[in-house]
Design a protein around this ligand. Structure first.
Ligand SMILES: C[S@@+](CC[C@H](N)C(=O)[O-])C[C@H]1O[C@@H](n2cnc3c(N)ncnc32)[C@H](O)[C@@H]1O
Length: 223
């Protein structure tokens, strides 16, 4: 029997928040097993960078909270995530490890946050930029909730411009919606966003982790 006519599911891109929630509901039970070690160096570097710049920190896309135990004493952290099954695990981690610096965890869309302008000293965005359907809307919103002089630290894998990884990423890219991220996401999306802002400067970007697979980017809100 032939498949019914009608729109075919498009697995090559993440179109909406519902796809993100579905993908991370599937990842949640095995996320820590798959992604603790390989992404640890990036999380540690991003936490160290963000902790230098402020006490009250927004963790955007906190997931299962793998970065939460890395914050030094004195940091107050609020984590948000769209996927409740991921966030539930972060809550379990906070209780189990007695992470007193974590002030709150909330199900919230990073492109439409409930926080007032300039609520936080800084934001950390670990492995999230290539997941959200509208990354520039998320960056606008993060910039809104950070105080002038505050910082935004991102860590992510960005698409390879050449080399062996490029065809692998292209193959994986056909499965972005079910994977839950875009393996080919170009750095220029972030670079162009920064260039278009009058109050954001890029302090640095550096490669980190196994084979330099990940990049830590430090941004500052100037006014
Ligand atoms: C790859 S995981 C990273 C989790 C964690 N930061 C880590 O380092 O392991 C990406 C997370 O971003 C969350 N996310 C995606 N889109 C989001 C949005 N619009 N608002 C809030 N969280 C979002 C996903 O639910 C997922 O938990």
């Amino acid at each position: 029997m032939n498949a019914p006519d009608g729109p075919k599911p498009d697995h090559s891109t993440i179109r909406d928040s519902q796809q993100v929630v579905s993908a991370y509901a599937r990842w949640a039970p095995i996320y820590d097993l798959a992604f603790t070690a390989v992404m640890r160096a990036g999380r540690k570097a991003a936490v160290a960078a963000v902790a230098e710049t402020g006490r009250l920190i927004l963790d955007v896309g906190v997931g299962t909270g793998l970065e939460l135990p890395m914050f030094p004493l004195g940091c107050r952290v609020v984590g948000i995530d769209l996927a409740e099954p991921m966030l539930r695990r972060a809550g379990e981690r906070v209780r189990r490890d007695n992470l007193a610096g974590v002030e709150g965890l909330a199900v919230m869309d990073a492109t439409r946050m409930a926080f007032a302008d300039a609520s936080f000293d800084a934001a950390i965005v670990p492995y999230v930029l290539t997941v959200v359907p509208d990354p520039t809307a998320m960056m606008d919103e993060i910039s809104r909730v950070i105080r002038p002089g505050g910082s935004i630290v991102l860590v992510n894998h960005f698409g390879a411009e050449a080399g062996l990884l490029k065809p692998i990423e292209a193959w994986l890219g056909q499965r972005s919606a079910s994977l839950g991220w875009h393996p080919q996401f170009p750095f220029s999306v972030l670079g162009d966003w920064v260039a278009a802002q009058r109050d954001i400067e890029m302090l640095d970007r550096r490669r980190i982790g196994p084979l330099g697979l990940f990049t830590v980017v430090r941004l500052r809100k100037t006014r």
